[in-house]
Design a protein around this ligand. Structure first.
Ligand SMILES: CC(=O)N[C@H]1[C@@H](OP(=O)(O)OP(=O)(O)OC[C@H]2O[C@@H](n3ccc(=O)[nH]c3=O)[C@H](O)[C@@H]2O)O[C@H](CO)[C@@H](O)[C@@H]1O[C@H](C)C(=O)N[C@@H](C)C(=O)N[C@H](CCC(=O)O)C(=O)O
Ligand SMILES: Nc1ncnc2c1ncn2[C@@H]1O[C@H](COP(=O)(O)OP(=O)(O)OP(=O)(O)O)[C@@H](O)[C@H]1O
Ligand SMILES: N[C@H](CCC[C@H](N)C(=O)O)C(=O)O
Ligand SMILES: [Mg+2]
Length: 487
């Protein structure tokens, strides 16, 4: 139990009705989960308005209500607090409730369209190898040092964030790396967190269903840097068109990294092979098991971050060379007949282009690149034809297939993907709605030395259709299929 007035510290309050000198059991933003003596925070969502569930929350036992608009009929004995913004109030209250846990460790936020999971997971790996207790909040999982919790979001809701950070405090965690998504920033899930530093990876086409315009998407990402304190650092990829924009209004210490231009942290790619790439960072050569130009950026961002957090240069370089690929990011399997299958989480046009560029640069002869790809339902529709175009232009054969259709019609999504294929590429393209059949077809088409790229789902272990998730793991399936087809 906590005193309501204590957890309201720092919240933008407009009016109060009743007493804040009351004890509350927990903070809750979903009326379906309210218990006795909880404080219910009404949040205006994308589907419904939490204010319409105030009565339900009271019936379930809530003793206090936080809202942006006071209800017309107030119930005696209940405390009502009118706030400027429900989402912000929720996040600040969550931080207060758990004792501002972000202050008790060094919290680093990673934002950008692509690379967040890779960078934050590898920083987690690197700091673990360096002997520290580490935390991670990522698309794949939440880690409280060695304890793993399943992730539901890239950036979880404010209560989950602060509860996890408090658990990290109890476990003695010193560093925590967290992905900061644009949805997370826009819904103020990160309000009230104390960051030690923040990293910007890159900005390209994604989530234009939610943010409407690219400028709005960019400005949302920028808010992470605008909100940093003077004591923090802000590290940006200055090769990216929007890298400098991120730092425009930050109070934090500005730091840059780049492969192409002058920057505080610089790297060069000396050699690229399937098994790894040779990089030159700060005049030192480094062998990285992760390949592709985009991973050179990721390695450099990690190197810079580890230095900004006080690790010693030579130790960082040694540990960087030991880092392993993150699940579902360029995860590959080479079959007995020398067919290479690559599973990659490329679900944006830029990521797909990068991965195909990397694969094409490694081709030694006229082996085929067979790409299996689709686009998620209930997500940015405008990226569908663009991804259809990239896949068909940059591969020798393509099988379009479903990727989490959610509530949309799989065949309609596929039509929108196909719409991006230019006339000269149509002969390369097949469409097979069932993802397992699509992967099987790619395996049947492949000859020794060919490369199959299965893009879009990476580490995901499910396929979601109409709210139902069935087990589905691209990597397991392609490995099984290649093995049985080659028997
Ligand atoms: C579009 C979106 O981001 N939605 C998130 C948002 O839900 P919402 O605004 O739609 O909520 P809503 O259903 O309208 O409800 C509004 C409020 O009423 C409450 N409510 C609702 C019903 C009820 O009976 N009682 C009740 O109290 C809800 O709890 C909520 O507080 O707030 C919820 C609580 O935090 C999130 O779970 C939910 O994530 C949904 C599931 C989602 O799919 N989000 C994705 C798009 C997302 O957030 N992705 C990003 C980035 C991905 C990336 O590029 O990496 C991520 O960080 O994961
Ligand atoms: N620095 C990068 N620049 C461009 N593309 C990248 C970069 N790093 C990874 N990618 C590509 O993007 C895909 C997704 O990478 P990752 O999961 O690290 O991104 P993310 O930002 O966490 O994505 P999400 O928004 O879904 O959480 C990878 O599988 C790879 O194809
Ligand atoms: N974080 C991204 C992941 C997309 C992955 C893709 N497999 C899909 O389901 O669309 C999103 O929620 O938009
Ligand atoms: Mg991620």
């Amino acid at each position: 139990m906590k005193l309501l007035k204590d957890i309201l510290y720092g919240v933008g309050i407009v009016a109060v009705n009743g007493t804040t000198d009351t004890m509350v059991n927990a903070i809750c933003f979903d009326s379906r989960k309210v218990g006795l003596d909880d404080v219910f925070v009404a949040v205006k969502g994308t589907l419904v308005d939490g204010h319409s569930y105030i009565d339900t929350a009271l019936n379930a036992g809530a003793n206090a209500i936080i809202c942006e608009t006071m209800p017309v009929n107030l119930v005696n004995g209940i405390t009502y607090v009118q706030v400027k913004n429900g989402n912000a109030a929720l996040a600040i209250m969550a931080s207060n409730f758990y004792g501002t846990p972000s202050k008790n460790l060094k919290l680093v936020g990673v934002t950008g369209t692509n690379g967040k999971t890779t960078i934050s997971s590898l920083l987690y790996q690197l700091f673990k190898k360096a002997g520290y207790k580490v935390g991670l909040l990522s698309t794949i999982k939440i880690m409280i040092d060695d304890k793993e919790i399943k992730a539901t979001h890239t950036t979880p809701d404010a209560i989950t964030i602060n509860k996890s950070l408090a658990e990290m405090n109890n476990a003695g965690v010193e560093f925590c790396f967290m992905e900061v998504s644009s949805h997370g920033i826009h819904q103020k899930r990160i309000e009230g967190l104390v960051f030690e530093g923040a990293i910007f990876t890159n900005l390209s086409h994604d989530h234009l269903d939610y943010h409407k315009t690219f400028a709005e998407y960019r400005d949302t990402k920028k808010l992470l840097f605008d909100g940093l304190p003077k004591t923090a650092w802000a590290l940006t990829n200055i090769d990216d068109k929007n890298g400098a924009v991120m730092l425009q209004n930050t109070k934090a210490k500005k730091q840059t990294y780049a492969l192409k231009t002058y920057a505080d942290f610089r790297a060069q790619i000396l050699e690229n092979q399937f098994s790894g790439q040779l990089l030159k960072i700060d005049d030192n050569e480094l062998w990285s098991k992760l390949i592709g130009d985009f991973n050179a950026y990721n390695m450099l961002a990690i190197y810079a971050t580890a230095q900004l957090l006080g690790l010693e240069k030579m130790e960082i370089l040694r540990l960087l060379s030991e880092l392993e690929n993150v699940d579902g990011r360029f995860q590959y399997y080479i079959s007995g007949k020398n067919i290479t299958a690559i599973v990659d989480y490329a679900h944006t046009p830029d990521a797909l282009k990068n991965v195909l560029n990397t694969i094409n640069a490694l081709r030694t002869g006229n082996e085929d690149v067979i790409t299996v790809v689709g686009c998620g339902g209930d997500r940015d529709k405008s990226k569908r034809p663009v991804m259809g175009h990239i896949a068909s232009e940059m591969s020798t054969k393509v099988v379009f297939t479903s990727d989490n259709p959610r509530t949309e019609s799989p065949s309609e999504i596929l039509k929108e993907v196909e719409a991006g294929v230019e006339a000269q590429n149509t002969r390369k393209v097949l469409t097979i709605e069932n993802r397992e059949q699509a992967i099987k077809t790619a395996c049947q088409l492949a000859q020794p030395k060919d490369i199959i790229l299965i893009a879009g789902k990476g580490h995901e272990t499910y396929q979601e259709t109409n709210g139902v998730r069935i087990d589905f793991d691209d990597y397991k399936i392609v490995k099984q299929l290649l093995t049985s087809l080659e028997k």
